[in-house]
Design a protein around this ligand. Structure first.
Ligand code: CA
Length: 247
């Protein structure tokens, strides 16, 4: 494949409140191609994102939905040609919107959200992350976590003080060290990968990764079409008790 040939990704998405929670504070977004001129899609690529809101009392889902809608609006309306910088600026805009609402609306005080996003442009994937929602790259027999978790347990794993297995069951596993909405500024991690035909990307919240292993994610995603795989992964998390919202 030439590098200018367009990659047309197959996409699936599924989200569920899980077995223990009444509300679903997770949100996701997929570029709606009918909303954009084909020239804009060709120039800016296709954007996909997942957000895991927190704050309770009708605040977590507001935070995650707001982050997703501002991210898409800001990304596609930004004229600069540098896609990495454009994506970073869109995440910063999402942070400002959530922070503004959290600090001006008493009912939403303290709300925040994670955000993981990917732009697919020609043969490149540009990834942005804040928080502990993840992006995995599945290539042939491997699954690689591209994003780094901004969580207490994630930092312990990186420092060699906890294993991945210990982190998944740890009582502090949901303690986030970086998110959108808590501070006026946010530091955004940006990654870039060259894509190959046959690659699969998985964006997910910790409601999946705390109960479903990377090996299981690999197996479900490589054996099904994307929509069926998304639904199978959510079912698997629910079979394990579905303690959190799953996307
Ligand atoms: Ca969660």
């Amino acid at each position: 494949m030439s590098t200018t040939e367009e990659l047309r990704p197959l996409v699936g998405a599924f989200s569920d409140p899980g077995q223990k929670r009444e509300l679903n504070e997770d949100s996701w977004g997929i570029v709606r191609e009918e909303d954009h001129h084909p020239e804009v899609i060709a120039r800016k690529g296709r954007l996909y994102a997942v957000a895991d809101g927190m704050g309770g009392h009708a605040a977590g889902e507001v935070a995650s939905q707001l982050a997703i809608s501002v991210l898409f609006e800001a990304y596609y309306s930004d004229p600069i040609p540098d896609l990495k910088e454009s994506l970073r600026r869109a995440v910063v805009a999402a942070n400002e919107a959530v922070y503004f609402q959290a600090t001006t609306d008493e009912a939403r005080a303290g709300m925040g959200t994670t955000l993981v996003a990917v732009v697919l442009h020609q043969d490149k994937a540009i990834i942005a992350n804040v928080g502990d929602s993840r992006l995995y790259l599945l290539r042939e027999g491997d699954i690689e976590q591209i994003t780094r978790d901004h969580s207490w347990v994630g930092e312990q794993v990186e420092a060699g003080l906890l294993t991945q297995e210990e982190a998944r069951g740890h009582i502090y596993r949901s303690v986030i060290t970086r998110c959108l909405g808590h501070k006026p500024d946010v530091e955004v991690d940006i990654f870039e990968r060259d894509l190959q035909p046959g690659d699969a990307l998985v964006l997910c919240t910790d409601g999946l990764t705390n109960v479903v292993s990377e090996e299981e994610i690999w197996r479900e995603v490589t054996s099904r079409e994307p929509q069926a795989a998304a639904e199978a992964l959510v079912s698997r998390a629910n079979e394990r008790g579905g303690p959190d919202n799953i996307t």
